[in-house]
Design a protein around this ligand. Structure first.
Ligand code: AMP
Length: 591
């Protein structure tokens, strides 16, 4: 039950009595030691949530539901659109598998605070590995399985994991892609070596295990179960890398307590989901939405989480929602575009259990939302997110009795409690500009960035006054408190909702010996929202060989980051527009 009936009452409570607001929200979590302080400033100028509180996130996600009689309820449904396999796991079964696997990790030497890197596609085993880390107080670092060896190596070096967990393969369409060669290449590139590797063998493509280094996932699951390890609220739960304004991805650190409270509040407030409801997230577990709404939020709230491996077609979407009585669907605008394209000649679908659909990650054109509403005959809304924030910054609040004004439905909504956006106009008196968020950020947001074993907040995250977090998104705020997005102010590109830094792609292209200079910008893509385009200046002696150069450049980007980046357009130009100081003017190119 929520204590507010209107958005205004809720927003005012969060603004005027933040301590009371968040301590009350904290009661949605079972603490070993309940916090008495909500937000506390840190010496480095950032803030901790619920300092003094002691809990275990895995206990809150699994054990307490079993203790409360939900043991036979389905916790997880996994379906593979690639292999057609499925798994259905109850809360009690999940408890057994997670506690056993945690025992296996402990036997490999994993203790509280150790990092464990998980490079797996969306599988139940991925969630089990994440939750087992949480059970031990270890820090999971999930890496998208589509990354190439160099990207994986970078993350291994960054977090120095004691153990690395992979599945023997992932799938691109119906094609199995063996993961062992990528792991072996990454371990050759990285100077750091883990203590052990764990392999979840898949029938389609079992991997040869190396003696001593490699261990079998399912054998480890049979280890002596371990109990949840109590951790401090501000102890890290996970690190998740994301692209920023610089080439090197940043490891966003999420705490335990703030994260659990924020996600537990979001389920009834934003998604209007109750224990037992089925929540379907199409995001890969390797991205932030997969972490928050594929694993933690549904389980913290006693819901059933449906996650899917592979591309979801229009007919698969209909079948999945029907078969599993999905109440809430969380997907991307790109996924809706795919369904629209495929279902051009189909009538709308009627899915009686489906209550509403949420999208995030990229701009959703009102025509797309309009189409989706008539196709599914349900409310469809977009809300604004960042990996850094871990949950939505603005949203539509289906859990409040008050109906939202219709005019807001096509945009990204109003601020979630605890987020106080302000516009930093680039041109004085202009209504638009970069959207900044007043500090402190609410619970659930980044505790900092992982830097050589420390958790720090880079200066670039704050504005000059030190009072605001910079989102690098531009927009406006209207009198009804609604936020409207205009786009990114930096070089981040969203490909099908996945974030990649243009600078990172430029660094790879520039490493080609023939490249003098290059700039990577985003262009609109009818299906995937955006895609990168490279403008390249090459040394004159290579000018005759443009088609070879083009395929070398694309090959280098695919090999270093992964094919999902979708670089197809490489334009060779005589020069790039620059400032007087020689900085490339990417904005001029994108115009
Ligand atoms: P990520 O960290 O991958 O979730 O990417 C965050 C970025 O995606 C944001 O800073 C925005 O640029 C963009 N983004 C996220 N949600 C939306 C949305 N609902 N509408 C438009 N852009 C969005």
């Amino acid at each position: 039950m929520l204590p507010w009936t209107t958005y205004e009452a809720m927003a005012d409570a969060a603004l005027n009595q933040p301590e009371a607001f968040w301590l009350e929200a904290a009661q949605r979590i079972t603490w070993q030691q309940a916090p008495t302080i909500a937000c506390q400033n840190r010496a480095d100028g950032w803030h901790d949530w619920f300092a003094g509180g002691v809990l275990n996130t895995c206990y809150n996600a699994i054990d307490r539901h079993v203790e409360q009689g939900r043991g036979t309820q389905t916790a997880f449904i996994w379906r593979s659109c690639a292999t057609k396999e499925q798994q259905v796991v109850t809360y009690r079964e999940l408890q057994g598998r997670v506690a056993g696997f945690a025992g296996g990790l402990r036997a490999l030497g994993v203790e509280k605070g150790d990092r464990v890197l998980i490079a797996m596609p969306t599988l139940v085993e991925t969630a089990i590995a994440m939750l087992a880390c949480a059970r031990l107080g270890a820090v999971h670092v999930v890496v998208f399985a589509g990354y190439a060896a160099a990207e994986l190596a970078g993350r291994i070096e960054d977090v120095a994991p004691k153990v690395i967990i992979i599945a023997s393969c992932s799938f691109q369409g119906q094609t199995a892609l063996p993961a062992m060669p990528i792991l072996n290449d990454a371990l050759r590139i990285a100077a750091y070596k883990p203590k052990a590797c764990v392999i979840a063998q898949r029938e389609a493509c079992p991997a040869p295990l190396l003696p001593v280094r490699d261990h079998d996932f399912y054998s480890l699951e049979q280890s002596t179960p371990v109990a949840p390890v109590p951790v401090h609220s501000e102890d890290p739960l996970y690190i998740l890398h994301t692209s920023g304004t610089t080439g090197k991805p940043k490891g966003i650190v999420r705490d335990n307590g703030g994260h659990a409270v924020a996600l537990a509040l979001s389920m009834p407030l934003i998604y209007d989901c109750k224990p037992g409801d089925v929540f379907f997230t199409t995001s890969d577990l390797g991205w932030v939405v997969g972490h928050s709404y594929g694993v933690y939020a549904p389980l913290l709230s006693g819901c059933t989480s449906l996650v899917v491996e592979g591309n979801v077609s229009a007919s698969a979407m209909r079948m999945l929602c029907q078969d599993h009585a999905v109440k809430c669907l969380f997907t991307t605008p790109t996924q809706l575009r795919v369904i629209r394209q495929e279902s051009r000649n189909l009538a709308g679908v009627l899915l009686p259990e489906l209550a509403r659909i949420f999208v995030a990650g990229e701009y959703a054109e009102p025509t797309l939302l309009g189409w989706a509403r008539s196709y599914f005959q349900r409310p469809v809304v977009n809300h604004w997110w960042q990996t850094e924030t871990g949950w939505s910054i603005t949203a539509h609040f289906f859990g409040l009795p008050e109906q939202e004004p219709k005019a807001l439905m096509n945009d990204i909504g109003r601020p979630v409690p605890g987020f106080f956006p302000a516009i930093m106009p680039s041109v004085p008196e202009e209504p638009g500009g970069e959207i900044a968020l007043k500090l402190p950020l609410p619970p659930g947001c980044l505790a900092g960035v992982w830097q050589s074993g420390n958790i720090m907040v880079p200066a670039s995250y704050c504005d000059e006054s030190g009072y605001y977090y910079r989102t690098f998104d531009e927009g406006t705020i209207t009198a009804d408190r609604a936020v409207h997005m205009l786009g990114r102010s930096d070089d981040v590109i969203k490909v099908a909702g996945r974030r990649i830094s243009g600078v990172q792609i430029e660094e790879i292209i520039s490493s080609h010996p023939a490249v003098y200079a290059c700039a990577v910008v985003a262009i609109s893509d009818a299906l995937r929202g955006q895609r990168p385009v490279a403008y390249v200046v090459v040394a004159p002696q290579y000018a005759a060989n443009m088609s070879v150069m083009r395929s070398e450049i694309i090959g280098q980007v695919n090999q270093t980051i992964g094919k999902w980046v979708g670089l197809k357009d490489v334009h060779f130009v005589a020069q790039l527009p620059t400032t007087r100081s020689g900085k490339i003017l990417r904005k001029q190119i994108s115009l």
